[in-house]
Design a protein around this ligand. Structure first.
Ligand code: SF4
Length: 254
């Protein structure tokens, strides 16, 4: 298992252990004879915590087994992804308390998400796959409004948008360039894809994965040679490899 994945898994396990410890403490407390006044409240809290801790422990075990075996445990994929999405904000908080950078945790979460999407062997028709791109890929000085319509790009080759449109055309997938979460949600609502292949930074990708659930999102991190949100780029080979995988087609289009 790659070290990137281990970070999120480790924090997830730590969160589970914290819940189990709190549960043990609560259990000891409610069984004390002098805790009668708060007994009902504590019973409710203990039950709630027991469900959460039990669920996260179960999902942790399934997740590790799935990643090690390289195939999902039949019937548990949705439960695993739903639980990860649910616990993601708590894992982020725990990581912050431990002074781990948000970017590292988000990157680890994206890796796990991508692997789970891969293991599910999702295959979608080209017209049901949306290539979702961030506006920061566009050259800062380009005057063309590609967020309204990516095909407004004049294909001058000064920025990666040219090649990405070319990729979308070759594979006949839908393509959209967005400036943020709101436009991304609008695009998803309008185009109704069955799967999204998204390029973005750690924060936007992880948020997008959580927001889009249960729609599967496969994420590729952008590269920021000029700093964040400015003239970014992406590894075309990595992106095309994921695209081909999702389409279930190993033959590159001419
Ligand atoms: S490739 Fe398209 S988006 Fe990029 S600078 Fe040229 S016209 Fe603008």
């Amino acid at each position: 298992m790659q070290s990137k994945k281990r970070l999120f898994l480790g924090l997830f396990l730590l969160l589970t252990l914290i819940m189990l410890t709190a549960l043990a403490y609560l259990f000891l407390f409610i069984t004390r004879p002098d805790a009668v006044i708060f007994q009902f409240t504590f019973y409710v809290t203990t039950t709630f915590l027991a469900i959460l801790a039990g669920l996260s422990l179960l999902v942790f075990a399934i997740l590790v087994i799935s990643l090690l075996r390289g195939e999902p445990l039949a019937g548990f994929s949705r439960l695993v992804q739903k639980t990860l999405v649910f616990f993601f904000p708590l894992v982020m908080q725990l990581g912050r308390l431990l002074r781990i950078t948000s970017e590292n945790i988000q990157r680890s979460f994206i890796e796990i998400n991508n692997r789970l999407v891969e293991l599910k062997m999702i295959r979608v028709p080209a017209n049901k796959l949306l290539l979702l791109l961030p506006h920061c890929l566009q050259d800062e000085d380009c005057p063309h409004k590609i967020t309204r319509n990516p095909f407004n790009c004049k294909r001058c080759g000064r920025c990666p948008v040219d090649k990405l449109i070319d990729m979308a055309e070759r594979w006949q997938v839908k393509i959209k360039v967005v400036t943020g979460g709101t436009l991304a949600r609008q695009a998803v609502n309008k185009l109704r894809p069955e799967c999204i292949l998204a390029v973005a930074c750690e924060r936007d990708l992880s948020t997008g994965i959580v927001d889009s659930f249960p729609l599967p999102v496969c994420g590729v991190l952008n590269e920021r040679p000029s700093g964040p949100c400015f003239n970014t780029t992406v590894c075309f080979d990595a992106l095309e490899e994921k695209l081909v995988n999702l389409l279930g087609n190993k033959t590159v289009q001419p």
